[in-house]
Design a protein around this ligand. Structure first.
Ligand SMILES: NC(=O)C1=CN([C@@H]2O[C@H](COP(=O)(O)OP(=O)(O)OC[C@H]3O[C@@H](n4cnc5c(N)ncnc54)[C@H](OP(=O)(O)O)[C@@H]3O)[C@@H](O)[C@H]2O)C=CC1
Ligand SMILES: CC(C)CCC[C@@H](C)[C@H]1CC=C2C3=C(CC[C@@]21C)[C@@]1(C)CC[C@H](O)C(C)(C)[C@@H]1CC3
Length: 418
């Protein structure tokens, strides 16, 4: 039996009260966004146009569709992989193995969807059922988290996450108790983080684009940009799938309601908000402005990819010629910290690139509505909070060396600003 461990870890997200509030607030926000995106005024801060009844939210067909989608992505995950990667070292000194076939799953999904659409699959009808789909995804995330909480009760202590084992039921349910819940070699957190939600997001975007084409004769330039930028982001995540193994979610966080809901419901249904907004509120966009927005996205992507690749290359092999010349600080753990290159500019250059891209995703929606900028606002809050969590973990891990890094690189995300 697992014993509550990590009870000395400081509580995050405002403790049990904060966790309970977030569990209510996140789904409510998601439904609010889905409702206002299709309403005339599309006011982020106004009331929703109406409150949907259960008959509008609940549909067994939507549940079946979500489960089929999860089943399809799970089957693609189980296909032979071009590579099997090893994760970071765990508490018991072992390393888990992960299949690297996410991009293959994206391509096969595209092929299957393409075949389905040419055989008459009404993909453009998907936007009509976003509400019941989001409800079904929320239900699945909730049941998943419950089962995972129960599974953690019989997990060995070494399998538990450092954070989600405070002994408080609500807090631990939200944060997640087990670090890497698996059924045989099937890693549930790794699967959810990259497959059903991210690929689901681009599928919803595509459905919105197709519906716009049906409504107005062809998709607008703004819709093409949003689809293109976000497809690039998802394609990149799956192409560089191995890099997710060094993110905070995989290394540090347990798999509970926060990540289950985040991955399965929040990402596909709120990250597609700009495309949802554009379907109901077409925006004129000329080529000069579109080119400028593409440039902003390219700059963001260049920083995001450059920073993430530099750190991953360095962590995999510090003597790799691409990073061997960079200046570093030694730490007591034997690992070194980069203090030049991207990581010498600010302490989280990858967040900066990600935020610049987030701006580029909203700009095609014009500047007269706040709603399409929700992602930028939420993401800024998420990354500032995440950066703060990471700083605390790094200070604990690297002590004085981390302080020296902060002295040498004083800005966190935006040079000379923050
Ligand atoms: N679209 C979305 O919704 C979200 C996107 N993201 C993106 O995910 C990506 C990963 O983010 P995240 O996991 O938060 O954090 P990072 O990829 O930035 O990883 C932080 C870790 O990097 C290592 N590190 C920090 N500084 C240095 C340095 N100077 N030299 C070498 N290693 C260093 C430390 O771990 P160690 O030393 O142990 O290796 C630290 O804990 C980011 O690009 C982020 O923008 C994140 C959240 C949500
Ligand atoms: C809304 C809640 C309070 C929190 C939910 C957070 C999750 C939605 C995000 C936590 C970290 C994420 C990452 C990505 C997507 C969003 C979540 C799951 C990521 C897969 C997006 C693509 C990137 O290239 C990435 C670096 C692989 C991201 C990893 C972190």
């Amino acid at each position: 039996m697992a014993s509550p461990q990590g009870s000395r870890a400081p509580l995050e997200f405002g403790g049990p009260l904060g966790a309970a509030a977030l569990m209510l607030l996140l789904p409510v926000t998601m439904f609010h966004l889905l409702l206002v995106a299709r309403s005339g005024p599309a006011r982020l801060l106004g009331p929703p146009p109406y409150l949907p009844g259960l008959e509008e939210l609940w549909s067994p067909w939507a549940l079946l569709l979500c489960l089929t989608w999860l089943g399809l992505q799970a089957a693609l995950y189980l296909l032979p992989a071009r590579k099997v990667a090893e994760g970071q070292e765990l508490k018991d000194k072992s390393r888990l193995r992960y299949p690297i076939n996410g991009f293959q799953a994206l391509m096969l999904t595209a092929l299957l969807v393409g075949l389905g659409v040419s055989a008459g699959l009404p993909l453009s009808a998907l936007p009509e059922i976003l509400l019941p789909l989001a409800f079904a995804a929320t239900l699945i995330a909730f049941i998943f988290s419950l089962l995972l909480y129960l599974k953690a009760l019989v997990a060995p202590a070494s399998a538990l996450a450092p954070g989600g084992n405070s002994g408080n039921l609500i807090y631990d349910f939200f944060l997640g108790r087990e670090l890497n819940p698996r059924i045989c070699s099937f890693d549930i957190k790794y699967f959810c983080e990259l497959r059903p939600g991210l690929i689901g997001w681009v599928l919803i975007n595509l459905a919105l684009l197709m519906q716009e084409a049906e409504l107005r004769g062809s998709p607008s330039l703004a819709m093409w940009l949003v689809n293109g930028f976000q497809l690039l982001y998802v394609g990149d995540a799956l192409w560089y799938e191995e890099a997710v193994l060094t993110t905070m979610d995989i290394i540090h966080d347990g798999f509970g309601f926060m990540l289950a809901f985040g991955d399965l419901a929040w990402v596909p249904f709120t990250y597609s908000l700009q495309a949802q907004f554009l379907l109901y509120h077409p925006q004129p966009l000329g080529w000069p402005l579109a080119s400028f927005i593409c440039l902003i996205n390219a700059v963001g992507y260049y920083i995001f990819r450059g920073a993430n690749s530099q750190k991953n290359t360095f962590r995999k092999n510090p003597s790799d010629p691409r990073v061997a010349d960079l200046e570093t600080i030694s730490t007591a753990t034997g690992r070194r910290l980069l203090v030049s290159g991207w990581w010498g500019m600010v302490r989280h250059p990858n967040y900066l690139g990600d935020l610049i891209m987030a701006l580029a995703w909203s700009l095609p929606c014009g500047v007269f509505h706040l709603l399409p900028y929700f992602y930028l606002l939420y993401f800024t809050a998420l990354l500032v909070h995440r950066e703060d969590r990471d700083e605390r973990q790094c200070l604990q891990k690297y002590g004085l060396a981390w302080r020296e890094y902060c002295r040498r690189v004083p800005y966190r995300i935006v040079p000379y600003v923050y």
